[in-house]
Every structure is written in C-alpha cells, then in structure tokens.
Write a protein that binds this ligand. Sequence first.
Ligand code: G3I
Length: 350
Amino acid sequence: VGPTRRTAALGSVLSLAACSAPAQPVAGPLPPLKTIAPFPVGASVMTGQFDDPAFVALLTSQFGQVTAEWQMKMEAILRDDGGFDFRDADAIAAFAAARGMRLHGHTLIWYSQERPAFTRIDGTGKRFADAYRNYILAVAGRYRGQAVSWDVVNEPVAEDGNGYRDCIWRRNLGMDYVARAFHHAREADPRALLFLNDYHLESRPKKRATFLALAEQLLKAGAPLEGVGTQSHLLSDLPPGAVKTAMRDLASLGLPIHVSEYDCSLQVGPFGRRAREAAQVRIAAEMAEAFMSLPARQRFAFTIWGVRDKDSWLRRPPNAGDGTDAPLMFTDDGRPKPMTQAFVEGLTRG
Ligand code: G3I
C-alpha cells in the first residue's frame, strides 16, 4: 500500500515549491480519544517507540488498544531456520498488558510475508500444510488470553478487485488457505475474535465486492470468521460519500467491523496543501459518522496507524514522498489537529 507514485511525485514537485515542511495546523485542547469514543480506539506501535516517554504518554493517554505495526508478523517472528523469535512480539504484548490496553494481533497470514522457512518447503504438500498449521498454532497460541483478536489473513484480494492474490499460501493450499488459517487460529485460541483484513475497500468498490464475496464464502463454509477489518489507508482525494457507502456495505455481513489502520495521506489529492488538509478534515468527520452509524455490536474498534505524524510509515522510505506527510491525529510534537477535532465532532454528531 502506498500513495500512487505518479501523483505523489507530481505532488512532491508542487510541495517542494514550498521548499520546507509546511507548518502543521493544530486544534484546541481535546479530551482523550479513548474517553470520547464509545468503542476502543487503537494505535499501531513498535518496540523502538517505547523508549520515547513523549510517545508512551500520548499513546497511553489517547488510546486503549494497540496493534503491532510489524513485530507480530512472520517477518519478525519466523527465523530462516524455521525457529521462532518472539522477543519483540512478547515485549508489545507485555507493554499492553502492563497498561491494561487491549492487544489486536496483526497478522498471521499475509501474501507479502513469504519467508525462507516456507519458500524452502514450497510444493511439499502435507509438509507445507503441517508447517502452515504449526506456525499459526504457535503464534496465535502464544498470545491466547492476551490478544483479543487477530487479523488471521491480511489482504487476500487482488489489487484491482479481480479475484484473489497469488501467493505461496494459495499456490500450496489453494484458496482454502484462507479457511484453513481461520480454523487453525480458532484451534489455537478459542476466544480471540478472528478477522479478515484488507485495504482500499472505500475507494475501490470492486475490491470491496470481492472482499465481501470471500467473507460470505467463509461464513457459508463454516469458517470461524468473526469480524472484518477495513484498513482505511485513505488518500485525500477520496470523494465525499465513499466512506459511508463502504461502511454500509461492510456492515451488511452483520459482523463486527474494525477500522484497522486509519490514516489519510496528504501525498495524493487536490493540488495544494491547504486543499488536501481540508479534505483530510472532511474525511475524518465522515469516518467518525460512518462508524457511529453502525450498530454498537458492530463497532469493534477504530485503530489509527500510528500516533504522531512522524511515527507514520508514510514518513519512512519508501513511502515518505517529500517527507512532509501528516496523515495521523497528532502533530509531530503531539498536538491534536483539525482532523482530530473533526473526528471527535463526528463521534458526537454520528
Ligand atoms: O526497525 C527496523 C530496523 O531496526 C532495521 O534496521 C530495518 C531493516 O531491517 O527494519 C526496520 O523495521 C522495519 C519496520 O517497518 C519499521 O520501519 C521493517 O523492516 C519493515 O518491514 C516494516 O514495514 C512495515 C510493513 O507493514 C511491513 O511489515 C511497516 O512499518 C508497516 O507500517 C506496514 O504496515 C502495513 C500493514 O501491516 C498492512 N496494511 C498496510 C500497511 C502499510 O504498508
């Protein structure tokens, strides 16, 4: 996922004309997000951030749930020799537990996390299937009683919505890799809520339809699918109404919905920083209102993909553009922004 390169490049040229990082707009003081929202508000975290007292203070005052940005993924856990390294994942689980924060597990199976321990047994039939089950049992089993939920399979749908991604899991197990992952996760953890997670579900109706079709197939087949995650990595060119339409469609399954990775990049959108910031405010309000329009039982959590703008993946190569993106709810120095105020107002208006 990343802002469209071409438009971002053009946008960067225009922003460079500004020659420096534009001042980040701020809003007046707001009550903590976790006290305003009638559902858990989460943020993505990495262990390296825990040494920054300002980060920890803002995270724990504003949010009640965390998602490991990358350290509970196969790339961090599965060693090339097939062994497991849970140090960072354990540190995140311990951090959350020590502060009474909920932990959302992210993610067990993802097309983009092909690791040597699996590529080495590609095509080995039962051996591959057993290793697949073993990995899921080991990881989901380890955080049983700690993780309230898991993104069991991440991003199964093709980028353009035409069918499903090719990946090592599908090549070895067929599309059954998805249902198997859910059954293995259920076997490992009888209580965690099990999610299917994907992105661009707001901006690409075809991708959303294909995602929903897979979810319905899983439910029909009796797979323990218990929630759907819409990552909501949004661009400021998202037209009005797109968020509400997407949330309505996702809600049609009757399952809990997790806005799982919210951010709104300024790298793509109407020309001019101010126009993009205005769009960001509009979209934040729409997201809040759309989420509030869901029945309470379908409002699982609203997770933001980072705490301060400078913590965002959109400020790190290779997705950093000109380095001035401001996609999150708090400025680099931890102050709420107009989009934060709009989000809060949307919660009360919704
Ligand atoms: O911090 C280490 C550094 O110590 C090390 O030297 C360096 C080189 O190995 O790696 C650094 O860790 C990187 C980490 O981001 C922090 O920057 C990992 O290699 C890198 O793989 C990781 O990328 C993450 C990416 O998923 C892949 O896991 C991003 O942070 C994270 O924001 C991104 O998140 C994804 C969601 O999981 C799924 N939806 C899309 C979203 C954005 O791409």
